[in-house]
Design a protein around this ligand. Structure first.
Ligand code: SAM
Length: 271
């Protein structure tokens, strides 16, 4: 579990467990995708009972991903490691980045076997993009992966993306140490991009209980805990904020809803 690597084209099918919800497939449900099973839809239906806006939350997160990637390209970043990238959906990192700069290179990392199969099909004709099916909790293995070595020059600044994924790591899995390991491997001028479930309301605490009970992961950390992931780096304006408030491209309401405060995010530069 977690270290599946498809050796033969059909291996991924046998690795899919349809008896339990998967993070990637449940996220696909809230993004209105088709790569999910009844068990994933049943899980999301339970979350809807405590956070009816959960579908909107996924949209805010994808919109933030787009704004963040465009911001990074504007800072001159042309290489991205997208950790916990998810199933391909609309406006994936390489599409956003390559539209802004066609030279952009992206390595997607995910441990869900369905991501590899779909990712390969999507990326078959894009030589600046690769999908690695590995566990991001092993930074040394990821950084030593053949695709990372081929596409990412670790002597030049890198955009390290942990978007919508760190909350799926338990405290005893040392998420901060994992972030530090990736950031230690990239040079000055690199960026760290995080979005994260936030302990921001009673509803968020109810959601955390359901995530942990039914999916097994989903830590809604405090703003201080999320901000601590950026220790040692220079947070760019406006810091760690609810996603709709991070460099919005449209007007945002003054009073944010529970869903608009359910995830916080930020971007920081390695000095
Ligand atoms: N980053 C995308 C986004 O924000 O739109 C997708 C986020 S999705 C909620 C989290 C993804 O992380 C899922 O596709 C899941 O399979 C993947 N994931 C969870 N644990 C992982 C691990 N230990 N190693 C690699 N990927 C993991």
């Amino acid at each position: 579990e977690g270290h599946f690597v498809a050796e033969k084209p059909d291996d991924w099918k046998s690795a899919i467990d349809t008896t339990r919800p998967s993070i990637a497939r449940a996220y696909d449900v809230v993004l209105h995708g088709k790569d999910n099973f009844e068990v994933d839809r049943a899980f999301v239906a339970e979350i809807v009972k405590v956070v009816p806006e959960i579908y909107d939350v996924a949209t805010y997160n994808r919109q933030m991903l787009g704004r963040g990637v465009r911001f990074l390209v504007d800072q001159g970043i042309t290489q991205f490691i997208d950790l916990g990238s998810g199933l391909p959906t609309v406006e994936n990192t390489h599409q956003v980045a390559q539209r802004a700069n066609p030279e952009s290179r992206v390595v997607y990392v995910d441990n869900d076997p369905m991501v590899l199969a779909h990712g390969r099909a999507l990326l078959a004709e894009n030589e600046r993009t690769a999908v690695v099916t590995s566990d991001l909790r092993d930074p040394a293995a990821i950084l030593g992966d053949e695709a990372v070595k081929r596409l990412i020059d670790l002597d030049r600044p890198v955009g390290v993306m942990l978007v919508g994924i760190l909350h799926h790591l338990h405290d005893d899995e040392d998420p901060r140490g994992i972030v530090e390991a990736y950031m230690a491997a990239v040079p000055s001028g690199s960026y760290l991009f995080i979005t994260h479930f936030c302990d921001s309301s009673q509803d968020s605490r109810d959601a955390e209980k359901k995530f942990l009970a039914l999916l097994g992961t989903g830590r809604f950390r405090t703003v201080a805990e999320i901000t601590a992931f950026f220790d040692g780096f220079e947070l760019v304006e406006p810091g760690v904020v609810p996603l709709p408030l991070w460099r919005p491209e449209e007007d945002v309401p003054e009073n944010l809803t529970v869903g608009q405060r359910l995830m916080f995010g930020g971007i920081a530069r390695k000095p």
